[in-house]
Design a protein around this ligand. Structure first.
Ligand SMILES: [Zn+2]
Length: 400
């Protein structure tokens, strides 16, 4: 480790928010060696004055593509290579960190950029969010992701898998290379003209082999999935999270709830028309998104009603802006503010196996934010945290 050890921290006089109960209780929080500890255990701590402020777990983007240009209408991405994409990912992640994002599950990134960054931030070489990488997303020939306006000339963006042998080989290779999630595209999406959000792109045998191989290697699977019937089957086979869930219905939600399958709704991709226009989405994609929006909102509400666990993903870039917008749109779509805060913070930790607490508690990994006011009163206070602490280290100049 190149960095000096982090000093102990005493986050003093803040109100600690429990995102399950909404309790907002004044108490000091100690941090040592990356973990929350009692204040009495600290040695010569650096003081973070949190008077009149709220202390809570930081935000998680559970569906990130930090190096992606998304729709790239100018075609800039055509000729770039891995170094340029890596730098853009790092800049995006550093900006997100300043906006309170302490954790990311990266679901599809090129050339193992995500795996390298995950190792660098976990080891302390680099200050950045805690990262759970998935390497290349899996899809079939002609599957979701193919109809972007261009394919990269030099970089692979997906692992194309057709048939059980290719699927087994891909999952085992991901494990060997250090992926911590498998991302697979099970159905179509909004952007491509040749597919629908609820078509099935793997056959039954391929899906079963995928889930069996991942289970044998103990790696969780996240599925881009819009179809209710495919989601139902994925949940029955032990799938850990459904991404987007455009057309989920009550039966799919019931299956997800019964099998402990999470939903990461990414509601912005069908609801944020301002973003689509600003990002240069083609007209057919905007039309499809608007068509999908009503069902997407209903799918979210069906999952909330069924008790499906929810975590939050931006999917879009820049993460700092899009993730905060996602929180607002989820509230507007029918989640309570407390449920949104839970999904955005503790939900990300739980989905990624980081911890099950809903307020910073002794022994928890110290990935925390300090904000000016109570986000239950005004969610916008999350946008500019006074302090961000990740891996137990202060990542912002802030108030310390
Ligand atoms: Zn995505």
């Amino acid at each position: 480790m190149y960095r000096r050890p982090a000093p102990d921290l005493l986050i003093s006089r803040g109100h600690v928010l429990d995102v399950a109960t909404g309790e907002h209780i004044r108490r000091d929080v100690g941090v040592r060696d990356g973990r929350v500890v009692p204040a009495a255990a600290l040695r010569d701590p650096r003081i973070v004055d949190a008077s009149e402020r709220t202390v809570l777990f930081g935000l998680w983007d559970c569906h990130a593509h930090p190096g992606s240009l998304m729709h790239d209408p100018t075609g800039d991405g055509y000729f770039e290579g891995t170094p340029a994409r890596t730098l853009r990912a790092l800049a995006n992640m550093s900006d997100a960190l300043q906006a309170g994002v302490v954790g990311m599950r990266i679901l599809g990134e090129t050339d193992e950029i995500d795996i390298a960054i995950a190792r660098a931030t976990a080891s302390g070489h680099l200050i950045g969010p805690r990262v759970l990488p998935s390497g290349l997303a899996l899809h079939t020939t002609g599957g979701h992701g193919h109809a972007y306006p261009r394919d990269y000339l030099r970089m692979m963006y997906f692992d194309k898998v057709d048939g059980p042998d290719a699927i087994r080989r891909s999952i085992r290779s991901h494990v060997e290379h250090g992926a911590q999630w498998i991302k697979v595209c099970l159905t179509g999406g909004l952007f491509s003209e040749h597919e629908a959000v609820d078509d099935a792109q793997l056959d039954a045998e391929e899906l079963e082999v995928l889930m069996r191989t991942a289970a044998a290697r103990n790696i969780p699977v996240a599925a881009h999935c819009g179809s209710p019937r495919v989601a139902e089957r994925f949940a029955q086979l032990g799938g850990r999270s459904i991404e987007h869930g455009y057309a989920l219905d009550e039966a799919a939600a019931a299956s997800m709830a019964a099998n402990g399958t999470w939903l990461v709704p990414t509601i912005s991709v069908s609801h944020d028309e301002e973003m689509m226009r600003a990002d240069g989405w083609p007209a057919h994609a905007i039309a499809r998104a608007k068509d999908a929006a009503r069902a997407h909102g209903e799918a979210l509400r069906a999952c909330v009603a069924a008790g499906v666990r929810i975590a939050i993903g931006a999917d879009l870039n820049p993460i700092s802006v899009r993730l905060h917008r996602e929180l607002e749109l989820l509230e507007a779509a029918g989640m309570s503010r407390l449920a949104v805060l839970h999904a955005a913070t503790a939900g990300g930790r739980m989905l990624n196996g980081v911890g099950s607490s809903t307020a910073p508690t002794e022994g928890d990994s110290a990935d925390l934010i300090v904000v000016d006011g109570n986000p239950l009163d005004r969610m916008a206070v999350l946008r500019e945290p006074s302090a961000v602490i990740v891996h137990g280290r202060i990542a912002t100049a802030g108030i310390a």
